[in-house]
Design a protein around this ligand. Structure first.
Ligand code: CA
Length: 248
């Protein structure tokens, strides 16, 4: 079976959480949604179970009693690109950003809804199954057309003139549709390693990109296309999916 044929349901999730009550609730809710579950209440057990079972996706609480969540990420990323979704406390902003910089894919902040968590897991699993569907380097998302080989962007019939950096930002975000992209990752992808820490570059160029898209989109269909995750980065909202209600 090809990886892309595997639905989110039936995927194996490694749930790493030391709080028994939270872990129990996660196991219950995710099982009810068709996931297979492997549990761990501390970092060492998590790494053993990860090695033994190779889950499809990992749900990781950052504050663990033995080794910390960041170390768990580092160990897993040495060998594997298995998607990792962070469970982050409200006051763990810095740890969360560091976790994302070290290769975690996404996060949810406690307390979170199970639907939100399920959506994040599905995006992470889809990413693992392969890049977003595109047709010969062309992406069509709710009327936004991106022709990657030609460096061309249109909203409906209107051509949007983007600078090379703006185009690259849009391309990276769209390739990770639905998924969080940190400012650090955008900097590395679009400007290069030497620009690490120059977050204002990203901010200025994303603002400009939004302004240009808005100007080409008087009906505002794409108004909420680029979502800001404060202090962390950006994500492109996913293409409108008829099978799911809008999440507002
Ligand atoms: Ca904890």
């Amino acid at each position: 079976m090809s990886a892309s044929a595997r639905p989110a349901e039936g995927a194996t999730v490694l749930v790493i959480e030391d709080d028994d009550e939270t872990r129990g609730a996660l196991v219950r809710e995710l099982s009810a949604r068709g996931y297979r579950i492997v549990e761990a209440a501390d970092g060492r057990t998590a790494l053993e179970r990860w090695a033994a079972r190779r889950p499809d996706v990992i749900l990781l609480d950052l504050g663990l009693p033995d080794i910390d969540g960041l170390q768990v990420i580092r160990r897993i990323r040495r060998e594997s690109t298995t998607p990792i979704v962070i469970l982050s406390g409200r006051y763990e902003e810095r740890e969360k950003v560091e976790a994302l910089e070290r290769g975690a894919d996404d996060y949810v902040t406690k307390p979170f809804g199970v639907d939100e968590l399920n959506a994040r897991l599905r995006v992470a699993l889809r990413r693992a199954a392969g890049p977003a569907a595109s047709d010969g380097g062309r992406v069509d998302m709710d009327g936004l057309l991106i022709d990657v080989p030609r460096h061309e962007v249109r909203v409906g019939e209107v051509r949007v003139e983007l600078t090379p950096r703006e185009f690259e930002i849009l391309r990276v975000l769209v390739e990770n549709s639905g998924r969080l992209v940190t400012k650090g990752r955008l900097l590395r992808a679009v400007w290069g390693e030497a620009y690490q820490g120059e977050d204002s570059y990203v901010y200025v160029h994303v603002s400009q990109l939004r302004r240009k898209l808005a100007a080409a989109d008087p009906e505002g269909r794409l108004a909420d296309l680029i979502v800001t995750e404060p202090g962390v980065g950006y994500r492109i909202r996913e293409a409108r999916d008829r099978s799911e209600p809008d999440r507002h």
